[in-house]
Design a protein around this ligand. Structure first.
Ligand code: ADP
Ligand code: MG
Length: 626
């Protein structure tokens, strides 16, 4: 198994008699004795170097989460370190007389500095996040450059922060009577904080909130349809990254005992991105590897190059840039990514053995919603019309789907099926007409709200997270059936709920016949299996209506048979199913009623047998094929 975020969740591992250690557990176990003796054996200047690496790694860890996992590039991480470093430095050096009366006690208190620094960082991050995280594409990184620069110039221009010369004379850190006045003492503090942050991050990624953050890369339409609040997931990743930067800033202030604007510049923000890239974006341990690698390489080049070239200058910046381009070309997954891949290959596990359906602990089943009675109208379209400018893509469409029934909407290309599907799934809304779900109007509601109400869907073009396990992909569907948040996840207080969610995902996978592939990467499945995975994911939300967009497209004959069998089974359990389909043979053997569209209008409706012989349908639809 690979280290880092892509490792399979420990809860998904066999957990019978002997508790098994995850790869990250092994890394920690190996690292602890090394870290314990390192300050005793190393010369002080190397301990100081290790302290810097620890602080950089903490800030880089935030970027791994933000950029690597959630896919949001930020150049502003250094600025957040600055905010908290300045807060700590200011409160450490200000005299009590200069603070307003009620705050005078804060002067000289490192813990007050920590609290104020973290609160300030989080408040600024919340405001900046609210503005920038809604930007898409290149606008987000550009936004982070903008506020990174603004904060940098702010540090240099505020008189009470010492302007460009900064604040010096920060006393040595003293916490609860322990003096952190030597590099060796600080080493233990810094690395303890770093390791705690690493563990919290690993826990977070291996949770319901973590899956929501990881799902951001799979396209937000998918996760929103599963009930995930994408903006909230982005904000969570952003604030956790800022929190780590804040911690790093406080440690930095007390390590350097001097704070000036230069280390929090845009250049530093770029350096942190390099560290994340080189370590391997998305790999939690990559943050440590990247911070160490970049710091050592910089030092080494600074010593070596002037020697080689016979003159002084910042040559290392040039060589460094070239090295990074080379590394990115040879190892696009970074160093930690490369280690993960090779160790994966070497282990060479037989897939079937790995994924016996029985290796998850059993958990109490999740509560289920009250299902409609068989025959009850679940979805109704009443005179739905959708115009795009002058084009009428859907005109006066009306039908009902009942519990325990499969309705197929068919029609040639351009008939308006996808337009209709989008409105039924609340991705788009009718120009006129009504859509009712269990008797209530839903036109105007969001896809996310409908996921909660019991409408679940699959996608015409499969949308899943290819490097995430099959089980975790399906567990995204159960997002709204859990409630534990970031703090619970980081502290591992969510394990009971997490076991329930994963057990539900397994139950649905077994139900659809993918029980043998729980721990395989979703991307390694055949297309037919991926479509079935999407149905399992939809079922995980405990829906009473399934909307399936061309579920048989691209499937082989046997896969179609398996799919038809599954849909028949779901129908007999009382599920209402609407499918938009192109494949006539698939539809005819399976569904109860067919609704045929052409040029945005209904041309026929009825049981498959009558539709097959309907002259208008033969003319419009079959005629076009034969
Ligand atoms: P189908 O899925 O049956 O092939 P669609 O619903 O995709 O058909 O398209 C129906 C008609 O509506 C087509 O003529 C298409 O060009 C048009 N259409 C679909 N979406 C849009 C849109 N967003 N803007 C303008 N025209 C659209
Ligand atoms: Mg279509």
């Amino acid at each position: 198994m690979k280290p880092g975020v892509l490792s399979k969740s420990p809860a998904a591992r066999p957990a019978p008699s002997m508790p098994r250690l995850s790869p990250s557990g092994w890394i920690l176990l190996a690292l602890l004795p090394v870290l314990a003796v390192a300050p005793l054996l190393l010369p002080t200047y190397q301990v100081t170097l290790a302290n810097n690496i620890g602080i950089f790694a903490l800030a880089t860890l935030g970027l791994v989460l933000l950029t690597g996992v959630a896919g949001m590039t930020s150049f502003g991480q250094a600025a957040f370190i600055g905010v908290s470093a300045y807060a700590a430095a200011y409160l450490a050096t200000v005299s009590a007389a200069d603070l307003p009366g009620p705050l005078a006690w804060m002067a000289g208190s490192p813990l007050a500095g920590l609290a104020v620094g973290l609160v300030l960082t989080l408040v600024i991050a919340t405001v900046l996040g609210a503005v920038t995280l809604r930007l898409s594409g290149h606008y987000l990184p550009l936004g982070t450059i903008a506020w990174g620069l603004s904060l940098f110039y702010l540090f240099g221009n505020l008189e009470f922060l010492g302007g460009h010369t900064g604040l010096s004379g920060i006393p040595a850190l003293n916490l609860f009577g322990i003096a952190f006045d030597k590099a060796e003492a600080l080493f233990y503090l810094i690395w303890a904080v770093l390791l705690l942050a690493v563990v919290a991050t690993l826990n977070l990624l291996d949770s319901r909130v973590g899956r929501a953050i990881r799902a951001l890369r799979g396209g937000q339409r998918m996760s929103e349809s599963m009930g995930v609040d994408s903006f909230r997931a982005k904000m969570t990743a952003f604030l956790v990254a800022a929190l780590y930067a804040g911690l790093a800033g406080w440690l930095y202030a007390y390590t350097q005992r001097f704070v000036s604007p230069a280390p929090f510049s845009l250049q530093a923000g770029i350096d942190f991105l390099f560290m994340a890239l080189i370590g391997g974006v998305g790999q939690v341990w990559g943050a440590v590897i990247g911070a160490a690698g970049v710091t050592f390489a910089k030092q080494w080049l600074q010593d070596l190059l002037p020697h080689l070239l016979g003159r002084t200058g910042n040559f290392e910046a040039i060589v460094f840039g070239l090295l990074i381009v080379l590394l990115m070309q040879r190892l696009p997954g970074g160093i930690a990514g490369w280690i993960a891949k090779t160790s994966e290959r070497r282990r060479h596990r037989p897939a079937a053995l790995e994924s016996a359906a029985s290796d998850l602990p059993d958990a109490a089943p999740l509560p289920r919603r009250a299902m409609p009675q068989k025959g009850e109208a679940v979805l109704e379209a009443k005179g739905v019309t959708r115009r795009f400018g002058g084009l009428v893509a859907n005109r006066d469409i009306s039908f009902t789907v009942r519990a325990g029934e499969i309705l197929a909407v068919i029609g040639p290309n351009g008939a308006g099926k996808s337009t209709l599907f989008n409105q039924l799934s609340c991705v788009d809304h009718p120009t006129s007409g009504e859509i009712l779900f269990r008797g209530e109007r839903i036109d105007g509601r969001t896809a996310r709200a409908m996921a909660g109400a019991g409408l679940s869907r699959s996608f015409q073009h499969v949308k899943l997270l290819p490097t995430m396990s099959v089980l975790e992909n399906v567990a995204i569907g159960a997002h709204l059936r859990g409630s534990k948040g970031v703090a619970a996840a980081a502290l591992r207080l969510d394990r009971a709920e997490e076991a329930q969610l994963l057990a539900e995902a397994r139950r649905q996978l077994v139900r659809v016949g993918l029980g043998q592939h729980l721990h395989a990467e979703a991307g390694s499945l055949a297309l037919g299996q991926q479509r079935i995975l999407e149905i399992a994911r939809a079922l995980c939300a405990d829906p009473c209506l399934l909307l399936l967009d061309e579920p048989a497209a691209g499937l082989r004959f046997l896969e179609k048979q398996a799919l038809a069998e599954l849909l028949g089974k779901l129908r007999s359990e009382g599920m209402a199913i609407l499918l938009v389909e192109h494949d006539m043979d698939f539809v005819m053997g399976l569904v109860d009623r067919v609704y045929v569209m052409e040029f945005g209008e209904r041309i026929a409706e009825g049981p498959p047998e009558t539709i097959q012989t309907n002259p208008a349908v033969l003319e419009a639809y079959l005629g076009g094929i034969e």
